[in-house]
Design a protein around this ligand. Structure first.
Ligand SMILES: O=C(O)c1ccccc1NCC(=O)[C@H](O)[C@H](O)COP(=O)(O)O
Length: 256
């Protein structure tokens, strides 16, 4: 239900983007030198993608009045291999400005975390300076997923394809995902369960790195995801709530 509401909001945002005719000038934009999320994951035994997530539908406000540059710098110093930035304003209190500022302040790959259902949002991601985008299988048709992955690749962006069950995993494995993300959160009920990663990961034998997303709240959870075979984890709320984020990342890494 909530997911449908988010998608309806995105459709309105897309209509506005299309009215502005953004596509016309995207090709003339100078692109950042890309930073590869998949290569960063493959280069380490276990990587943390640290998320800038001011609020969420399930938890409400997590951190009001954030300074995204300070947070991203703390994440980088702690040893994160990439930064995920929520750009949705309505439900997560994120923004495109957060991503632009973070990308300019750290040397890590930056993932745009939003609800992408149209090619114009991928062009918008490129304009923001993102290195990678998220595609959520739950809100896409199979053909749409493949087309969006292809479009992202044509623009030099990597794609994290997110799944929550066996059916979605099948779709993810049939597109050219750069990274597969198993979301432990059910996006309909908001319930998180780390068993989701433990159940789905053994079904993946492809070469892409697989990460576990959501519901990681302690070093023991990070270890559990590593033991399940994950190449890394994506952590939002837990890190956002820490007073010392640098140490919190080091603590998560110290257990794996
Ligand atoms: O976080 C939510 O409440 C949410 C609700 C509806 C759709 C997506 C949602 N979150 C996106 C994510 O999956 C997380 O931001 C990400 O995986 C980090 O999760 P966490 O570490 O549990 O904050």
């Amino acid at each position: 239900m909530f997911l449908k509401k988010i998608v309806a909001t995105k459709q309105k945002e897309i209509d506005i983007l299309k009215q502005k005719g953004q596509q016309d000038h995207v090709l003339s934009l100078a692109k950042n030198t890309p930073r590869s999320l998949s290569a960063a994951l493959l280069a380490t035994s276990f990587g943390i993608i640290a998320e800038i997530k001011p609020a969420s539908p399930s938890k409400g406000v997590i951190q009001a009045e954030i300074d995204p540059i300070t947070i991203a710098t703390e994440y980088e110093r702690g040893g994160a291999i990439a930064i995920s930035v929520l750009t949705d304003r309505t439900y997560f209190q994120g923004s495109a400005e957060n991503l632009i500022n973070v990308r300019a302040s750290v040397g890590l790959p930056v993932l745009r975390k939003d609800f992408i259902i149209d090619a114009i949002q991928i062009e918008e991601s490129l304009q923001m300076g993102a290195d990678a985008i998220l595609l959520i299988v739950a809100i896409l048709e199979e053909k749409q997923l493949k087309d969006l992955v292809q479009h992202a690749h044509q623009l030099g962006l990597e794609v994290l394809v997110e799944v929550h069950d066996e059916q979605e995993l099948k779709a993810a494995l049939s597109c050219e995902a750069d990274v597969i993300g198993i979301n432990n959160r059910n996006l309909h009920s908001f319930e998180t369960n780390l068993e989701t990663t433990e159940r789905l990961l053994p079904m993946i034998s492809s070469a892409q790195p697989v990460i576990a997303e959501s519901g990681i709240h302690a070093p023991a959870d990070a270890l559990r995801m590593k033991n399940a075979g994950a190449a890394g984890i994506l952590v939002g709320e837990y890190l956002m709530r820490q007073t010392n984020r640098e140490q919190a990342i080091q603590a998560l890494l110290s257990e794996v």
